[in-house]
Design a protein around this ligand. Sequence first.
Ligand SMILES: [Zn+2]
Ligand SMILES: [Zn+2]
Length: 285
Amino acid sequence: MSVTKKMLIGGHISTAGGIYLSAERAHNFSFRTFQIFSKNQMQWKAKPLAPDDVEKFRNEVKARNMKGIMVHASYLLNMGTPDQELRAKVIEAFGEEIRRADMLGIDYLTFHPGSSTGTTEKVALRNIADNLNHVITGDQKCTILLETSAGQGKTVGHTFEQLAEIIDQVQIKDKVGICFDTCHVFAAGYDIKSKSGYGETMDQFNSILGLDRLKGFHLNDTKKGLNSRVDRHEQIGDGILGIDGISNFIKDPRLTERPMNLETPLGEGGYEKDLSILNAALNEE
Ligand SMILES: [Zn+2]
Ligand SMILES: [Zn+2]
């Protein structure tokens, strides 16, 4: 059986030429889900979405029966910042990300929790929760996913406990979940490469955060080792996590309905090969 049939596999897809073109690009890889940026990820300002493009996007997604689509939020948003001026900008831009995801009918908005630059870890975690409480509304449709971080530099969200500390302080909890990045979690020190390490990590996740919070994945191999705290993605099977580590995820029957997006360095140029390696792994005994 092909991995795209068994699991909800997708990848990060370009929106070049029009946001609605992303669904067809994803479909051409046999993906049943995908991830996009809804705006330039390196800029604060976003051009408003044209109603025509929004309608075409929704139609394309529906026609292809795709689900669990993710928007990845801008890299500029540090929700942990202690700087009040920056904070106002971050809140405004984050609110805009939510509105755009909702307009497009997208289920998940994934973001990097932030960093403790200029403050302590404890305060950064509290700031992230405070800011989420500012932007989450009861009537929004999309669920906001905190992405597990590699713990590079002063980034927070690299332990399940830190992520739980944020969610504990969020008021509308049914609008938050976790996006589990396999490269980041391994770099952060969780041994998901071995079968027993994988089992223990998932048990820990379940007892600290709850498996029902685990809404999706970034499926990446890593150039750096266990506990390296360095975020460097690698093509599937070419990295230190290797096909053994990745197999733990694509063979876990609990995860069949959770979107898993490739974010490997070659992007769309490498997905065919990534998929062939995933297929070989899935079908070997
Ligand atoms: Zn990310
Ligand atoms: Zn990464």
